[in-house]
Each structure stands twice: as C-alpha cells, then as structure tokens.
Design a protein around this ligand. Sequence first.
Ligand SMILES: [Fe+2]
Ligand SMILES: [Fe+2]
Length: 125
Amino acid sequence: MSYQFMIENDHKIIYSLVKELCSSARLGLAPHECKGIFARIIEKLQDHFHTEETAMSLHGYPDAQTHRDAHLKLLDLFHGIGDSLITSDGKLYLGKLERGEAEISDHVCSHDIELTHFLRDKYPE
Ligand SMILES: [Fe+2]
Ligand SMILES: [Fe+2]
C-alpha cells in the first residue's frame, strides 16, 4: 500500500471521526462520551502525523520541517481543546470542536495536498 493511499485514507477516517463528534455533540451526546470520541481523534492524528512524517523522511520531501511544525501546532491545539472540552457546568464547548475541525481542513487543504502531490509526482500510479 502506498504512502499516498494511506495518507488519503487516514484523512477520510479523521474527517469522519470529527464529523461524528460534532454531530453527536449537536445532538446532545453525553460530554463524557464525546470525550471518548475526542480521544480517538487525538490517537488517530498522532498515528497519521507519524505516517506523513515517515513518508517525508523516506522520500526527501523538501518542506518537511514546516509540515512537521504544523503537525505540532495542530496537536497542541487539539490537546488544548481536549483539556477544556467540558464547561464548568458539564456542557460541551461546541465552538472549540468546530475550530478544531476548521484547522484540520486548513491543514489538509494546504500542507497535505502539497505532500500528496509531491508523492504522486514521484510515484505515479
Ligand atoms: Fe500533515
Ligand atoms: Fe494529513
């Protein structure tokens, strides 16, 4: 299985987890259950970033450091969201989740598209 395929497949999984969480939160799923989905998102993000960073190292991606820094920023953001996901009166901060969703989309539409184009040019299917 190519890195390009794995990366694009991971994006689908991450998007679907984030969507599941946002819609569950809007429908009123218990905050502790939302936290469980959130923990799966963080785990998947870490695993996915590792996959992208391995692909960048193996294939001599020229913009690897900038991309790695963007991963660190995203993880920091998500850890911060997780720390304050539940309000003091036991509700969920939906706005924070939506910001996380927007940041992931921005990352995929900029850094990750450049990386997948680089991999595709190098290893056309
Ligand atoms: Fe990335
Ligand atoms: Fe990605």
